[in-house]
Write a protein of this length. Structure first.
Length: 77
């Protein structure tokens, strides 16, 4: 698998995460149970972190070999 193909996979994963976050936010807006709302907020926070990382990795793998591309320091050794 090439980095370009991997980038497509990361973008698909990010779309799935974004959809799930939207579903959970919709559910959270309609719940009246404070405990369920808290659990949903925690889950949304965790999925949002995963979404951001998937988006960052999609860009990294897509542009890895581009001249002049400044890589995110988080993903360099």
């Amino acid at each position: 698998m090439t980095l370009q193909e991997l980038s497509v996979e990361y973008r698909a994963h990010a779309r799935a995460l974004d959809l799930r976050i939207c579903q959970l936010q919709f559910r959270m807006e309609r719940t009246e149970d404070p405990e369920e709302s808290s659990q949903l907020q925690d889950r949304i926070r965790m999925l949002s972190t995963m979404l951001r990382e998937a988006q960052e990795l999609a860009v990294l793998t897509e542009r890895y070999y581009d001249r002049g591309y400044r890589r995110n320091a988080k993903y360099t050794i």
